[in-house]
Design a protein around this ligand. Structure first.
Ligand code: S3P
Length: 164
C-alpha cells in the first residue's frame, strides 16, 4: 500500500498518532524532522539558528523525497505544506491525513515546549496567526481530515483506520 503521510500543525499529535497507527497497522513509521536531524547531525533548533527557516525548508524538502512512498507511516514537520512541491509530492505518492486541532488545544499541548523555534516568544499570537495562514495549505494537501480536539488516541486511530 501507499505510505500514509500525517500532516498538521505543531502539537496536533502527529508523532503520538503515528506511533499508535504504526502498531495498529503493523507498518513502520519515519519522521521528516528526524531525517533532517539524521542527515545534518543537528537538532531542529540548531538548524534554525545556523541556517534559518529557509535552510531548514530546503533540507526538509530533500528529506521528504527520500522517505519511502510505500508501506510506511510518515510523520511530517508542521510546515511541510508550505511548499507546493511538497504538497504535490505527498498527494501523488501517498494518502495524506490531516490531524486538525483547535488553537486552544494546541497551546495546551505545547505548554512549556522549547523545541519549536517558530513559536518562541508570543506563543498564543503565533499559534493563531500561523495556523490560520496555513489552514488552506493543509486542506489543499489532505485526502482525509480528522479532528483530534478532545479525543483519545484510541478514538483518533479508530476513526483514521475507518477512513483510510
Ligand atoms: C515546524 C514544525 C516542527 C519542525 C520545525 C518547524 C513548523 O515539527 O519541523 O520546528 O513550521 O510548523 P512538528 O510539527 O513535528 O513540531
Amino acid at each position: 500500500m501507499k505510505s500514509i503521510y500525517l500532516i498538521g500543525f505543531m502539537g496536533s499529535g502527529k508523532t503520538t498518532i503515528g506511533k499508535a497507527l504504526s502498531l495498529s497497522l503493523n507498518l513502520p513509521v519515519m519522521d521528516s524532522d528526524e531525517e533532517v536531524s539524521r542527515l545534518t547531525g543537528k537538532t531542529i533548533v540548531e538548524i534554525f539558528e545556523g541556517e534559518g527557516e529557509v535552510g531548514f525548508r530546503t533540507l526538509e524538502t530533500k528529506c521528504l523525497r527520500n522517505l519511502p512512498v510505500e508501506n510506511f507511516i510518515i510523520t511530517t514537520g508542521g510546515g511541510i505544506v508550505l511548499k507546493e512541491e511538497n504538497r504535490q509530492w505527498m498527494r501523488e505518492n501517498g494518502k495524506v491525513v490531516l490531524l486538525d486541532a483547535s488553537p486552544e488545544e494546541i497551546l495546551k499541548r505545547l505548554e512549556g515546549d522549547k523545541t519549536r523555534p517558530l513559536l518562541i516568544g508570543e506563543k498564543e499570537t503565533k499559534v493563531v496567526k500561523i495556523l490560520s495562514e496555513r489552514m488552506p495549505l493543509y486542506l489543499d494537501a489532505a485526502d482525509v481530515i480528522i479532528d483530534t480536539t478532545d479525543k483519545s488516541v484510541e478514538t483518533i486511530v479508530e476513526e483514521l483506520m475507518n477512513r483510510l
